[in-house]
Design a protein around this ligand. Sequence first.
Ligand SMILES: NC(=O)c1ccc[n+]([C@@H]2O[C@H](COP(=O)([O-])OP(=O)(O)OC[C@H]3O[C@@H](n4cnc5c(N)ncnc54)[C@H](O)[C@@H]3O)[C@@H](O)[C@H]2O)c1
Length: 351
Amino acid sequence: MKLLITGSSGLIGSELVTFFDSRAQCIVGIDNNMRAEFFGPEGDTRWNLERLRETTRHFYPHHLDIRDRPGLACLFESAGPFDLIIHCAAQPSHDLAASRPFDDFDVNAVGTINLLEATRRYSPDAVFVFMSTNKVYGDAPNELPLKELDRRWDYACTEDYDGISEQMRIDRSMHSIFGASKVTADVMTQEYGRYFGMRTHCLRGGCLTGPHHSGVELHGFLSYLVKIQLLGTTYRVFGYKGKQVRDNIHSYDVARAIEEVYQNPRCGEVYNLGGGRQNSCSILEAFDRVEQLTGKKMRYEYIDQNRQGDHICYISNLARFQHDYPRWEITKSLDDILREIVEAWKVRVAA
Ligand SMILES: NC(=O)c1ccc[n+]([C@@H]2O[C@H](COP(=O)([O-])OP(=O)(O)OC[C@H]3O[C@@H](n4cnc5c(N)ncnc54)[C@H](O)[C@@H]3O)[C@@H](O)[C@H]2O)c1
């Protein structure tokens, strides 16, 4: 089995490298550490690349930019054909995109068609998985009736209890510039499945998380929150009274989902993939849990202005994925996730 993973030094890419290292003969990685350019030194992923170099046996990283079309063609020709291509490289921040719209679109939208087209030409039989996002729904999920509880928002109607399904519309809402570039990539990935018959899949992520995230204020909810707590600095909460809800999935459970997709691929399919209701929490609830784990008080400042296009309560409905892949389930609870992130940051903060 030969894999190509883009964004291989990032949170999801690096988890996939580790996960598939024992299952594959060759894992080709692509990452140009652009996270450091997007977010500054705190977003630097070289520590993670070094960790992968030391701990894996079949990993071949390439410092390549997914915007570089000839470079991609050359790599596909020389290292392919691939059996599985997992596309995780991205400008991942909702908020950063507005200040860098060309970079955001070039990486997220153009970078994705570069990969799809290289796949069609050089690895047409590969299973292709694109890490999409729940931001493709824009702020349409905010139209669901909500109720305000003591520490979180929640859905007011029982039929919404399990969260947002793939039936949610993707247009006529505010996406943020990031959400719009990801819609482009998501629809193009579907199109390569439907039009060309390729085995493409979009996984629309909720909050993807884990100990190997280089969390920054503009991206990486729990990773950044834990880091701020351990450093004793101040977390900024933007609007919705801090009761906005996210569903959190460990990167390991994302890797397991992709393994299932690989074993039973489809064409042009779309799934929501997050932690579901069981792994959901509001910012205030996350503060409570992290305080219990570390014994330290969370310092935060409230800014009475929500992020534009931000979700108030987003829980991924996992029914469609679980219907098609019944062996898959969440294995890491929210407390497991937080414990791992706390332990990882303790080491990194001390270093
Ligand atoms: N983390 C989340 O909460 C979340 C939620 C929904 C969707 N997603 C999606 O999942 C995917 C992976 O997210 P992540 O959290 O691992 O992000 P990440 O930022 O940790 O990893 C992305 C990696 O891509 C690399 N990269 C960026 N631009 C590149 C380019 N032009 N060429 C080559 N490499 C480049 C970065 O250096 C980084 O290492 C992304 O597509 C993201 O939009 C993430």
